[in-house]
Design a protein around this ligand. Structure first.
Ligand SMILES: [Zn+2]
Ligand SMILES: [Zn+2]
Length: 318
């Protein structure tokens, strides 16, 4: 009996290192600065992404910057002052669409920021240029638009199908249009060393939006899912299933998210999605809705996706 016990103990300690090493080394660090879809202005969509081991981040959307960075410093994710994270570690912004909950942090923090690029589809950058970085609503911190231009930010237009470098990060980005009610929103496929993260801005389901944008996106990334090069999909679920289809305003529910994941599974096979990382963004308060969304996603997760709920100021290594 004792010998058996000792044998099991030895086996246990022998196996621990293997279970640690069996997981592949992380490729990306995601640092969420804001994770909700409203109404808390201190916690709106913004996600810093960098290749593991570097501090060369691109920020996907910029709803909340300052308060989120403060949380990262308090949590010791970063060991430099809050202002320095904004100025030095964030090398550029990818803006999915120009709704305020995705850009307010960028506008408000612009006086303290350093020169960098803002990446987006032409329509998104046009709205920023004509509605936010203007002298009536703020100041023109960009290098185009209303005079005088203060030339801190450079608008870098992304066209679907072209892959362009994200300056000073060693990463590249490709944009895909998404349907978001009356607006075109954007998905960004970020690549570092032949591994990928897919970030989606706000979007509705193809069936509701009368669109093929998500299906086309799934066709583009299905090979990367199958080859395990895509580390995660970051996608919204704004409302619980009780929200009627006609009042989704270009957003997803657990039901519609899983319908889209089924569409992806039809292209990849269900095995490829078992344990696949899906980071759920843009949950809309109140807290009772957020609980409902999480419970419904848990119950409807027939594909056994690895659902991840990002927390403001806490790093995710993938
Ligand atoms: Zn939004
Ligand atoms: Zn939106």
């Amino acid at each position: 009996m004792l010998r058996t016990h000792r044998f099991i103990t030895v086996l246990y300690f022998l196996l621990i290192p293997f279970s640690v090493f069996s997981q592949s080394a992380p490729s990306f660090r995601i640092v969420p600065l804001g994770v909700l879809g409203g109404i808390d202005e201190s916690n709106l969509s913004a996600y810093m992404i960098a290749a593991t081991g570097t501090n060369n981040y691109v920020c996907m959307d910029a709803g909340t910057l300052h308060y989120g960075i403060q949380q990262t410093v308090d949590n010791k994710v970063f060991s430099i002052p809050t202002e320095q994270v904004l100025r030095q570690y964030i090398k550029g912004y990818c803006i999915s669409h120009a709704h305020l909950d995705h850009i307010a942090g960028l506008i408000i923090n612009s006086p303290d920021d350093t020169a960098k690029n803002i990446y987006g589809l032409a329509s998104t950058l046009q709205t920023i240029k004509t509605h936010y970085f203007t002298w009536d609503s703020w100041a023109n911190f960009a290098d185009d638009g209303e005079a005088p231009a203060l030339k801190k930010y450079h608008y870098q237009i992304l066209t679907p199908d072209s892959i362009i470098p994200i300056k000073n990060t060693g990463m590249t980005v490709q944009a895909f249009p998404l349907s978001h009610s009356n607006l075109t929103s954007t998905a960004f496929l970020v690549n570092s060393n032949d591994v990928y993260i897919l970030y989606l801005g706000d979007t509705g389901a193809d069936d509701i939006e009368k669109s093929h944008n998500l299906h086309k996106l799934w066709q583009a990334v299905a090979p990367l899912v199958k080859s395990k090069k895509l580390k995660a999909i970051m996608i919204e679920t704004s409302f619980p299933d009780e929200q009627p289809d006609k009042t989704l305003f270009g957003h997803l529910t657990p039901h519609w998210l899983m319908a889209e994941m089924d569409d992806l599974a039809a292209l990849t096979g269900t095995d490829a999605l078992k344990g696949f990382n899906v980071i759920i963004t843009h949950l809309k308060p109140p807290q009772t809705s957020i609980y409902k969304i999480k419970l419904q996603l848990f119950n409807e997760n027939k594909l056994n996706l690895n659902l991840i709920y990002p927390q403001q100021g806490e790093a995710i290594d993938l």
